[in-house]
Design a protein. Structure first.
Length: 336
């Protein structure tokens, strides 16, 4: 291999490297995905997971900014848009193309920078956006959607217009409002969602400093706290969650224990009962399974039992951004 590299002219080698590292300018309405149809059913315990399609996203550049590291995902039913949040303070409006129950394509609709109170683009630690949820996204009205975005490094929760214009901050409960309470600044306010009973809820990537190890933790803004066991008691991290109309939560756990172990992704079904939690593990995707070895960080509910999850490419030229369209069914419900 070393001798082969020596024979490549320097200008050609630079061209190859740049082709991996630079994104082309992406136009509105352009297809940004290669979609592979699947009908692969996975059975584990009392749940069936059916993989319906996997879309590999191309490099995306909007207004001269390369959009990568997608970590938040939310479905705006009223607008028919799939919103994807970058770690770098950027939101993509994506248009999934469905034909019946199949996903055919993903189109870019628009891209927006998140702005601060003075209308400036977020920068440095202030731009580490991680969790995304939509208010008014399924009330049957157009034009009234609002974004909720949670941030790491400088933990906070903010409300935005769909075009990235800042509206307001939301008050976090005591203990979540300062980075000193977290495991670390990069393991802090990872996810946000809206529950039909408990309102806006947030999730921390790891337990708070001094918290119970091996647990995944959810908080309501008034201060209610729920925890449930992680699949991986050492390295399991809560990276996102999405909520069905009846209040059931699908939580996404990511485990990375080192290069040799690869990425493990666990889906949990969570039901909150007052102060109690009913937690069931749905399935864990492992590299050994041969399906995914990717850093999935975002999940959203589309309709019925259909969901999408997205992987963060870590802005690495050799890694990929995947959108996975899948279905979850509970066998007890199927048999009734």
């Amino acid at each position: 291999m070393h001798n082969m590299i020596k024979t490549i002219p320097m200008h050609l080698l630079l061209t190859i490297v740049l082709s991996f590292c630079l994104a082309h300018t992406t136009a509105a309405g352009e297809s940004i995905a290669q979609v592979r149809q699947m009908q692969q059913q996975i059975e584990q315990g009392k749940f069936d997971v059916t993989l319906l399609a996997v879309a590999t996203l191309s490099n995306i550049s909007v207004d001269g900014f390369k959009v990568s590291e997608l970590s938040g995902l939310a479905w705006d039913k009223d607008e028919g848009l799939l919103l994807a949040l970058s770690d770098n303070g950027y939101v993509l409006d994506l248009k999934p193309v469905f034909k019946g129950r199949t996903l055919q394509d993903i189109l870019l609709n628009a891209g927006h920078r998140l702005l601060d109170e003075k209308g400036r683009s977020l920068k440095y630690k202030f731009s580490d956006s991680e969790g995304l949820a939509i208010e008014n996204g399924s009330n049957g009205k157009h034009g009234d959607s609002r974004l909720l975005v949670s941030f790491e490094r400088i933990p906070r929760l903010a409300r935005y217009q769909p075009d990235g214009t800042f509206i307001s901050y939301l008050t976090l409960p005591a203990g979540l409002d300062d980075v000193k309470y977290y495991y670390s600044e990069n393991k802090s306010l990872e996810s946000v969602s809206i529950h039909n009973t408990y309102g806006i809820i947030v999730g921390t990537e790891f337990p708070l400093a001094g918290g119970e190890p091996g647990t995944l933790n959810i908080y309501s803004l008034p201060g209610q706290h729920w925890s449930f066991p992680a699949h991986d008691k050492t390295d399991g991290a809560l990276v996102d969650m999405t909520i069905l109309a009846d209040g059931r939560i699908i939580a996404l756990e990511r485990t990375y224990s080192g290069l040799l172990s690869g990425m493990h992704t666990t889906l949990h079904r969570i039901i909150l009962h007052g102060t109690q939690v009913q937690a069931d593990q749905i399935h864990t995707f492992t590299p050994e399974e041969g399906l995914f070895n990717d850093n999935f960080e975002g999940i959203t509910h589309i309709d019925g039992n259909h969901f999408m999850m997205v992987s963060d490419d870590n802005n690495h030229p050799l890694k990929r951004t995947l959108l996975v369209y899948f279905e979850i069914n509970e066998r007890e419900r199927i048999s009734k």
